[in-house]
Design a protein around this ligand. Structure first.
Ligand SMILES: Nc1ncnc2c1ncn2[C@@H]1O[C@H](COP(=O)(O)OP(=O)(O)OP(=O)(O)O)[C@@H](O)[C@H]1O
Length: 730
């Protein structure tokens, strides 16, 4: 383990077109690795009471880049060595710090495409065409002019802090930013290793308003899932559920990086936040495997004679959110009546996100200050370093004071109007310079058996977790999926290890030579050959001994081959078992999906039935209230005047119909009565049998007709009197 200081670099971007047209001039004097204020500007700042008369900053850094230096120079000076050492197992972190618009993303990702409508900085014209600044000493507030490319003619210049609307950034694949240059070098160097095999995975996360989001999630609904950051038993912080994508070429990594940038925009629109208002960490994990024979392999047996050298490292590329102050954004908006945030909720959002950025950057500065105090012996204990205060410092823990080669690029602007922001960034860099990290290569030397045991243990733990999750029934779909993915990744890694030629080339060549020569020797030709040569006794003895040794090592090689084959069979069996587990998980998933479908069908059906029943109930209630209403009308005539003309007619019709039926009942009763009377009178002078016959059904048709006409007469009379009754009713 060695102590290595964090390397701090300052990068000035050139003045942009807007600043030039406003008559800004660079106010800083830059040499190779120092920065100080130019004297004339120093006096101006004193006159404007922006600094005290004793203020005389003179900072030293690993290197200072001017506006003329391109990304290639920055990469080669800052990052190249550090990222390449990751192939040897050293962790690395490159991070860009600075105010909004100072060139962090330009440095990390490269010149991203800017759209016509985005109010970005105006493009810088070539040096030769730049207009001379006419009024160099004029205070910036008096020099506000509008920039023609800003929308709706509003003065973006007024903002001083170059604000941007959020647009998806297209990642260039031509290697202009530090990340793509680093990836190019890493993949090229990895290919050049003959006997070392590399496995790469990458992940990308975003910290927005203190929430961590995975930028490489495939499923739409998981993209806005907030991930937890928790401390492992090794005191490192881990982002739970962060996806790791296996990548095998630079194109694949760039594709993931582009996807991450797109998702960043996705999250931006869905959560209504600006991408430049979040911290982004792109992470490349590198694992390597090299198999070499042990130096003293002759004395060792079987598996023990070979060594697996594995390295594990991670490179973090960190693009921090701009470090400007909320108050300045809001104050400038108020002052110039520029509605960057049109609604109250928009303003609240900006305040909240600026607060969060400032809080997390404040904690970052605090960690850096405390680490430098620790270095100077002002504090004794590492436990006083406030890593736990924010997710950013938790995630960057090993990069700050831990096991990582860390480089900080402080992006700044040379303009007078940005003096305070630049000064604050320079101070940040100055504190970071004093931090030392404890760096060591993460290398493990293991025999094959140890390596496999390690993997098998990992797999067993994962299986156990999965089983527990299944049994306890608390595993959410997401957790199950994550465990499954991890399991699949382990299986893939095992497969990759199996695919790697198990022995180094030299060993294979030895074996080939042995098999060729053994035919020669074993056919007895060798002995004959030795016997027939004009060797002296000593030579023959040496030759016979060598032959014996050669035979022994050949046997040993064969035994070893058999052992490897046996191991391979075991591993294949293990993989088969795991595949069964994975398949059963898939099966479970399918059953769950089918159940879910069935349940949702049932739910839909019962919902429909419910709706029908409700409809029926509503109808019945309606009918009931109508009936109550009608009953009132029938019983007391109450509410008659509220009926329309047609309703009154219908009601009248109903009454008449009822009247008819009443009349019929009355008439039929009268008829029965008359018949009875008639029968009684007939019985007085006719025998009963005859009377009964007269009134029987078959014989009395004529009689019936007569009675019917008689009844009709009666009922007409009755109707008359009944109507009279109604008319007479008060
Ligand atoms: N060294 C440079 N040379 C030329 N142009 C630059 C340089 N640095 C930055 N720029 C330009 O300045 C503008 C702002 O840069 P960039 O987007 O990288 O800023 P940033 O610090 O990442 O901002 P934010 O914090 O908002 O994401 C871009 O148009 C970029 O092209």
């Amino acid at each position: 383990m060695s102590s290595e200081p964090i390397q701090v670099y300052i990068r000035f971007r050139p003045l942009n077109f807007q600043e030039i047209t406003e008559g800004e001039l660079p106010i800083w004097y830059m040499s190779k690795n120092t920065i100080s204020l130019l004297r004339e500007h120093s006096s101006q700042l004193i006159a404007e009471k922006r600094i005290s008369s004793t203020f005389n900053p003179n900072y030293h850094y690993s290197h200072v880049f001017t506006g003329e230096d391109d990304n290639r120079k920055v990469y080669e000076t800052v990052a190249q060595k550090v990222v390449l050492s990751a192939l040897e197992g050293f962790n690395a972190t490159i991070f860009a710090y600075g105010q909004t618009g100072s060139g962090k993303t330009f440095t990390m990702i490269g010149q991203h495409l800017q759209t016509a409508e985005s109010p970005t900085l105006c493009t810088t014209p070539p040096l030769k065409q730049r207009p001379r600044a006419s009024r160099a000493g004029t205070p910036s507030s008096a020099r506000i002019r509008s920039c023609s490319s800003t929308p709706r003619g509003k003065s973006m210049a007024a903002l001083q802090i170059p604000l941007r609307l959020d647009k998806p950034r297209k990642v260039q694949t031509d290697g202009k930013g530090i990340i793509s240059m680093a990836l190019n070098d890493i993949f090229k160097a990895a290919n050049d290793y003959k006997d070392k095999h590399f496995f790469f995975t990458c992940s990308m996360m975003e910290i927005y308003n203190e929430h961590v989001y995975d930028l490489l999630k495939e499923t739409e609904d998981l993209k806005n899932e907030v991930l937890a950051v928790s401390e492992g038993s090794d005191k490192e912080f881990y982002v739970r559920g962060l996806s790791e994508k296996v990548v095998t070429s630079i194109e694949e990594v760039l594709e993931k990086l582009g996807k991450g940038e797109e998702n960043r925009h996705y999250a931006a629109t869905n959560l209504n936040h600006h991408s430049s208002r979040s911290h982004t960490i792109f992470r490349l994990n590198i694992r390597s495997l090299q198999v070499i024979p042990k130096k003293d392999s002759e004395t060792l047996e079987g598996d023990e004679s070979f060594e697996n050298i594995t390295t594990e490292s991670v490179i973090n590329f960190v693009d921090l959110a701009g470090s400007e102050r909320t108050s300045s954004v809001m104050a400038i908006e108020d002052k110039h009546n520029f509605s960057y945030s049109s609604t109250r909720s928009e303003q609240d959002r900006i305040v909240a996100e600026s607060k969060n950025i400032n809080t997390s950057l404040f904690y970052l500065c605090q960690v850096i200050t405390k680490l430098s105090e620790l270095k100077m012996g002002l504090i004794k204990n590492e436990s006083h370093i406030p890593y736990r205060n924010s997710n950013l410092t938790k995630i960057l823990r090993s990069s700050l004071g831990g096991n990582s080669r860390t480089c900080v690029i402080c992006a700044v602007t040379p303009a007078l109007s940005q003096f305070e922001q630049t000064l604050s960034t320079l101070r940040f860099g100055n504190s970071a310079r004093s931090i030392t990290n404890n760096v060591k290569a993460n290398v493990k030397r293991e025999t094959n058996a140890q390596l496999l045991v390690g993997y098998q243990q990992d797999i067993a733990t994962l299986k156990k977790e999965l089983e527990m999750a299944k049994e306890q029934g608390w595993a959410s779909y997401v957790e199950r999926n994550q465990a499954k993915q991890a399991l699949e990744q382990k299986i893939q890694k095992l497969n990759e290890i199996l695919a790697v030629p198990y022995k180094p080339e030299t060993f294979q060549i030895e074996q080939e030579i042995y098999s060729n020569f053994s035919t020669f020797w074993n056919g007895g030709v060798g002995d004959l050959f030795i016997a027939n040569q004009p060797f002296d006794q000593e030579d023959s003895k040496v030759l016979s001994e060598s032959k014996l040794n050669f035979d022994n090592s050949g046997k040993f090689a064969q035994e070893r081959r058999m052992q490897i084959d046996r191991e391979q069979i075991n591993i294949e069996k293990e993989i088969e078992k795991l595949t069964v587990v994975v398949n059963s998980l898939k099966g479970n998933k399918n059953t769950l999906v089918t159940d879910l479908e069935k349940n949702s069908n049932l739910y839909e059906k019962s919902n429909k039935e419910n709706a029908f029943l409700r409809e029926d109930l509503a109808k019945s209630r309606q009918t009931l209230s109508k009936m109550k209403y009608m009953a009132k009308i029938y019983q007391q005539g109450e509410g008659l005047d509220s009926l329309s003309e047609s309703q009154l007619t219908a009601f009248e019709k109903t009454l008449i119909e009822r009247l008819d039926s009443v009349k019929q009942i009355k008439a039929s009763r009268l008829y029965d009565h008359k018949i009875e009377k008639l029968q009684e009178s007939l019985l007085k002078f006719l025998p009963e049998s005859m009377v009964l016959e007269m009134f029987s059904e078959n014989e009395s048709r004529e009689m019936t007709e007569k009675f019917e006409s008689f009844m009709h007469d009666i009922s007409s009379q009755h109707e008359f009197s009944w109507n009279q009754d109604i008319l007479n009713t008060p």
